[in-house]
Write a protein of this length. Structure first.
Length: 95
């Protein structure tokens, strides 16, 4: 999924991500209204953020994220929080 425009806001991004629970790749480009990206998804494998100059924080919680790409001007970026919740395997019960 590629989003590129001045109309993408923090809130609209949340709505789109929630409406597409099986998306594997997200690309955000020239989204000047984005200030705080918060993504929680177990399907996103690749996240690319290019030239989003007002982005201040990035919070991603995903057990499947393999690639994070930040390109271009991100002068306002102050925080990056990546969390990878791993699923614990249940130990077999002793008989």
């Amino acid at each position: 999924m590629a989003l590129s425009d001045n109309d993408v806001t923090d809130e609209s991004l949340q709505v789109v991500i929630a409406a597409c629970p099986n998306v594997h790749a997200v690309a955000l480009s020239a989204c000047v209204r984005l200030t705080s990206v918060q993504i929680q998804s177990d399907s996103i494998v690749t996240l690319a953020i290019v030239n989003c100059p007002n982005l201040q924080s990035l919070h991603v919680k995903s057990s499947s994220l393999e690639t994070l790409e930040l390109n271009g001007e991100h002068k306002s970026l102050q925080a990056i929080d990546l969390r990878y919740p791993f699923k614990r395997e249940k130990k077999p019960e002793k008989e």
